[in-house]
Design a protein around this ligand. Sequence first.
Ligand code: ADP
Length: 519
Amino acid sequence: MFSRSTLCLKTSASSIGRLQLRYFSHLPMTVPIKLPNGLEYEQPTGLFINNKFVPSKQNKTFEVVNPSTEEEICHIYEGREDDVEEAVQAADRAFSNGSWNGIDPINRGKALYRLAELIEQDKDVIASIETLDNGKAISSSRGDVELVINYLKSSAGFADKIDGRMVDTGRTHFSYTKRQPLGVCGQIIPWNFPLLMWAWKIAPALVTGNTVVLKTAESTPLSALYVSKYIPQAGIPPGVINIVSGFGKIVGEAITNHPKIKKVAFTGSTATGRHIYQSAAAGLKKVTLELGGKSPNIVFADAELKKAVQNIILGIYYNSGEVCCAGSRVYVEESIYDKFIEEFKAASESIKVGDPFDESTFQGAQTSQMQLNKILKYVDIGKSEGATLITGGERLGSKGYFIKPTVFGDVKEDMRIVKEEIFGPVVTVTKFKSTDEVINMANDSEYGLAAGIHTSNINTALKVADRVNAGTVWINTYNDFHHAVPFGGFNASGLGREMSVDALQNYLQVKAVRAKLDE
Ligand code: ADP
């Protein structure tokens, strides 16, 4: 696909299984990619620093794999500590020189809005890149890109609405407060919603006047790099957004530990989030974390069964189950349990799994070999724990990381498949007798990201919504995101909220000014 001159070849035991690391003397700064749906585009390969694509300082690169075919898409440059240093310096300069936080805030809003418009004009290519890189169904990618556009546009509107207070302390003084940006923010994002997580991170940081050094996930770096080409065009000054592609243990650690980074925003696993929280504590950095989940999805006997089944399907198989808030623990009221299982099994078996570029596919590929292996390992654990495999439980085909939608019944609440996050299309179904019993089961988890309630009784819905420990509760719907509604977790599911006005406070600090007036 491009001319390469390999100086030496290194294979790393990377975190996603089979990535190839190489040194190139001159990997081109863009490579032409032909998408399976006929679209073509130029993929930037460099790091994005100071509004320019640049090679990594050590000229290392890594392979990006198409999870639907297991074939190489391209190589891109891999950042290291010295690249993070350069990106942080660029972001620090952009913060200090006032080119972003010193301007009339309406102009920050306009630039962010323009970025959204440029993305909108190119949304077919961008959605296709996401499907190529992540393996998700093209319909899901289109949904993600719509959310990205809406969120950027909505955030743009907050730019000129950040205010403080005038505090009356008598005639001798003039006292007021102002909310100011933090400075350089480090942002580390995962691979399940690559561009959406980019948007959830950069929008609140930028609109409040901060600058950013962002690391994409090693398995899905392409979309964030591609849209970076629009950053200068949108009028965002050099150094405001910097992207360093690379690995968690190198680039992620360097971001978390850098003394000039004032805040770390992370989305990913609870284990990595805990580690980042501890590392960031040493530098007293502000931290927001959006972590794992094992979310309960509760079906009461009075729910409209067909709709409830569809919502449970959306709750667990959407985005191939690679969703932190997936409704992976289903609880069904005893009197409808058998009927529910019959319909849910049939619906699970009728899901179209396969080529994510096929318009009728609902469930695409898992993102990596490592993820595929992890999910299949949990299927074995479930069987060995004595749960009944109702359907699925195996790989689909031998090429591409596809898994059949998988349902376990006859589970006990202390089984690992009920307790631990699997992050794939695997769901457990448990019977319940009373509301108190199901709330106790729903809340018996270290997590608290989301919950679903399916009932035709508004009293049941609102009372259960109040008692369930979750940052988001969906009633008669699931995985139903809106840019104006905050998202984030209770307990081990995280700290802070993303989207909506709630996200802004993560990126602002209060300054109190008190002036003594002449007598
Ligand atoms: P997973 O194990 O499913 O890949 P992670 O939470 O480890 O999930 O990954 C989410 C993001 O965190 C990725 O961008 C990854 O590179 C990054 N990451 C992984 N380990 C670290 C670390 N020690 N420090 C900072 N970032 C990390």
